[in-house]
Design a protein around this ligand. Structure first.
Ligand code: NAP
Length: 283
């Protein structure tokens, strides 16, 4: 698994991590999902992404079960505060609740989930306070467009903005125009969520599906591994596919060592045009 420096932190983070939105919350599927997360960690997918929103807290509890017993320093755990909880005091309390559900003493990364109606300076101050209190090592935002990211950064005094987590998949490449370059300039890591595009995965018999299959065959990889390698080709970009099936986790981890060449990237550009810029797309 390739690791890259995560923004300004100096910490090497796995290029491919694991999302947890919508993991099954009961039965055999839950048992497999927890095994899948642990297997993913064994395979190097140690960046684990969750949020207080997922299952209204239940997913944080399930992730806490899944990682129980794994040495704390082996994993990099991210959670997110809901915008409705983003007042200064409420953010501090929301982080405490997330830590309790996860059964952790500290998070590695704590994000504002999307822009809030509460004043952003208060939220950013709270995130800084949480770093000072040792409740999280790093802080960031999610679903922030360029101007919003710059504004968030402007409120920080003692701690850098580490990450902006955004929607990025082959049919939604708008972030390549301004956000990824600006983040690189500012040494902010971009974490690509929904890398498989929620129902927009190209059919194998389509022209775009054929292009992916061709590149995959050339590298002895799979189309999904090609997608993950493409999305994380820039130095400051990471991804967090979610998989609750063991076989899916193993396939995704296989993307962690795949490096595409310029011909592969040109073929993907032709099959999945970057399109024009515009406002940040979100789910
Ligand atoms: P995703 O990772 O693009 O896709 C998840 C779907 O793909 C699941 O149905 C999964 O199936 C399937 N899948 C995964 N690996 C596969 C493989 N190798 N072969 C076939 N199917 C595979 O979508 P996502 O869950 O929306 O995004 C990923 C993570 O990003 C989330 O879980 C969450 O942590 C984060 N996220 C953040 C935000 C935000 O606002 N910050 C928004 C959305 C998502 P199985 O589960 O059955 O294995």
């Amino acid at each position: 698994m390739i690791t890259k420096p995560f923004g300004p932190t100096g910490v090497g983070v796995a290029v491919i991590g694991q999302g947890t939105w919508d993991i099954p919350e009961s039965g055999d599927r839950l048992t497999e999902a927890k095994r899948a997360i642990r297997r993913g960690v064994e395979l190097g997918m140690t960046h684990l992404d969750t949020a207080e929103m997922y299952g209204a807290g239940r997913v944080e509890e399930l992730l806490g079960d899944a990682i129980d017993g794994i040495p704390r320093e082996r994993i990099f755990v991210t959670s997110k505060v809901l915008p409705s909880n983003a007042r200064y005091d409420d953010t501090l309390k929301a982080c405490e609740r997330s830590l309790k559900r996860l059964r952790l003493d500290y998070l590695d990364l704590y994000l504002l989930h999307w822009p809030s109606n509460h004043p952003l300076d208060g939220t950013m101050r709270a995130l800084e306070t949480l770093v000072e209190q040792g409740k999280t090592r790093f802080i960031g935002v999610s679903n922030f467009d360029v101007d919003e990211m710059v504004e968030a950064q402007s409120y920080l005094r003692s701690v850098p903005l580490t990450c902006n987590q955004v929607l990025y998949h082959l049919h939604e490449r708008g972030v390549e125009h301004a956000l990824i370059p600006e983040a690189r300039k500012r040494n902010v890591a971009i974490v690509a969520y929904t890398p498989f595009g929620r129902g927009q995965f190209p059919r194998a018999e389509s022209r775009a599906g054929g292009a992916l299959a061709h590149i995959a065959t050339k590298h002895g990889a799979t189309p999904r591994q090609v997608i993950l390698a493409f999305l994380t080709r820039e130095a400051n970009v990471f991804s967090i596919p979610k998989a609750s099936r063991l076989a899916h986790v193993e396939e995704n981890a296989g993307a962690g060592d795949l490096v595409l060449d310029s011909a592969d990237c040109e073929a993907i550009d032709a099959a999945f045009p970057r399109g024009s810029g515009g406002p940040l797309a979100t789910l």
